[in-house]
Design a protein around this ligand. Structure first.
Ligand SMILES: [Zn+2]
Length: 58
């Protein structure tokens, strides 16, 4: 399962919003989102944008 924390280049996967290397924190992405207020807000905004880009729910 540890491999899931790494992207294709083999470096620790950073948070898309703040750039924190999530695997260094020992957290999953969603755990990080839940515990980081700024990232949580940006994640919600990102979800809204995805929904608008894909109104069919695709
Ligand atoms: Zn973050």
């Amino acid at each position: 399962m540890e491999a899931l924390l790494y992207n294709r280049s083999g470096s620790p996967a950073p948070c898309d919003f703040c750039g924190t290397p999530i695997s260094d924190l020992g957290l999953g992405f969603h755990d990080h989102i839940k515990t980081s207020e700024g990232c949580s807000a940006q994640y919600e905004a990102w979800l809204e944008r995805i929904k608008q880009d894909h109104p069919e729910g695709d």
